[in-house]
Design a protein around this ligand. Structure first.
Ligand code: NAD
Length: 248
């Protein structure tokens, strides 16, 4: 089964966590994948090796999604490797948590730059090519806190709410060009990002999840793949919560 045979994809922040799982599942279903990373080249190369060892096609590409030049280079390199860009998954993200009164300006700026400006730059960057192809699929990784809010994360919540609004607007702008733009809003997913949280917070989170368990990267990746697939051809501008029912 290969829903993405021949498709060329960029997955940002794909060296670990949710992005890694999305890259691996896309490749498993036939996509050629540009595995974007910002820091750890070794981890990105590990993902590429897993894909190529299994007979797939991938390459690792360093780019800071908050930097326009860097994003342009990533897109140029992807086009050089694959000749098209059919899929973009805006997954890269960071947290720098603090209560509003303690939040420093650089904590605000860093999170907005990576989590919101990064989505703008990458989306704008691939749009020209997708318009030319008259086809494309974009999925943005938001967060349920972008819907519910979360004390201590004003910067992150503002960025993720922004991503949800951005998704709706760009979906409307690009619909006539046969480009679908959707988002997923993960809840509490076990990755490096959430490993940093203490036991008490984790326990408290669990008590708020109707399905009674934490999510894993595969739960999110499978939903992303659905939105990227032809099965979701008539869906655009939507944000699907992947959160065990945490926010309804
Ligand atoms: P993670 O920290 O394991 O992975 C984030 C990835 O983004 C890393 O590979 C990191 O190197 C990359 N990245 C960070 N800044 C970057 C930049 N400037 N340019 C390029 N890449 C950059 O976290 P994760 O849990 O896998 O998170 C993936 C996405 O899911 C993020 O957008 C995050 O906000 C979102 N999310 C995660 C959870 C969760 O519970 N884990 C919940 C809701 C939303």
């Amino acid at each position: 089964m290969g829903r993405f045979i021949g498709k060329a994809a960029i997955v940002t922040g794909a060296s670990r966590g949710i992005g890694r799982e999305i890259a691996l599942l896309l490749a498993k279903e036939g996509a050629r994948v540009a595995v974007n990373y910002s820091g750890s080249k070794d981890k990105a190369e590990e993902v590429v090796k897993l894909i190529t060892d299994a007979g797939g096609e991938a390459f690792a590409i360093q780019a800071d999604v908050s930097d326009a030049e860097s994003v342009k280079n990533m897109i140029d390199q992807t086009l050089e490797h694959f000749g098209s860009i059919d899929i973009l998954v805006n997954n890269a993200g960071i947290t720098k948590d603090n209560l509003l009164m303690r939040m420093k300006e650089d904590e605000w700026d860093d999170v907005i730059s990576t989590n919101l400006k990064g989505v703008f730059l990458c989306t704008k960057g691939v749009t020209r090519q997708m318009m030319r192809q008259r086809a494309g699929k974009i999925v943005n990784v938001a967060s349920i806190v972008g819907v519910s809010g979360n004390p201590g994360q004003a910067n992150y919540v503002a960025a993720k709410s922004g991503v949800i609004g951005f998704t709706k607007t760009v979906a409307q702008e690009l619909a006539s060009r046969n480009i679908n733009v959707n988002a997923v809003a993960p809840g509490f997913i076990t990755t490096d990002m959430t490993d940093a949280l203490n036991e008490e917070v984790t326990k408290q989170m669990l008590s708020m999840i109707p399905l009674g368990k934490l999510g894993n990267p595969e739960d999110v990746a499978k939903t992303v793949l659905f939105l990227l697939s032809d099965d979701a051809a008539y869906i655009t501008g939507q944000t699907i919560h992947v959160d065990g029912g945490m926010v309804m």
